[in-house]
Design a protein. Structure first.
Length: 155
């Protein structure tokens, strides 16, 4: 059942990463929404790739031929890989600033993503479930804003 666990973790990771690709801060007069989306999607794509690579290395059938890895291994993955990668992305995208006029939308996305990640920091197991877990609202906001590589792990 490793593939089910890995699939679930990858989905959670991809969804988690997706929600962070929306920065906040003052509007940048030089940053268009199109450019923001381009840069935000690039951040999501890079994070998704890092998490997927780590998941494939961690949850190999060779290491766990008889089923999913122990909860301790899963929790370590969430703590050592998911949480720092997502936090790095939140911080990095914040540095982009928001397109002028979209400050409130971008702030709502970032605040929602940070609140969800903070839940994961308190209890990393919430990041290991199939589905969006604590990032459900952030994923909805992110997708509605147009970050197509984010919130669903695409791109």
């Amino acid at each position: 059942m490793r593939s089910r666990l890995t699939g679930g973790l990858l989905l959670t990771a991809a969804l988690s990463i997706g929600v962070v690709a929306a920065g906040c801060g003052g509007g940048d007069d030089n940053l268009t929404k199109a450019e923001f989306l381009k840069q935000g999607n690039a951040i999501c794509k890079k994070g998704n790739q890092q998490i997927n690579k780590a998941a494939h290395e961690t949850f190999t059938k060779k290491k766990y031929p008889n089923g999913p890895p122990p909860k301790s291994v899963q929790k370590k993955f969430a703590t050592d890989t998911l949480i720092p990668t997502i936090q790095k992305e939140i911080d990095g995208v914040k540095a982009l600033g928001a397109p002028k006029g979209d400050e409130a939308k971008v702030k709502a996305i970032v605040d929602s993503a940070q609140a969800a990640l903070d839940k994961g920091k308190k209890d990393p197991t919430v990041l290991l479930s199939n589905g969006p877990g604590p990032f459900k609202q952030s994923n909805q906001l992110t997708k509605a804003y147009g970050l197509t590589a984010c919130g669903g792990g695409g791109g």
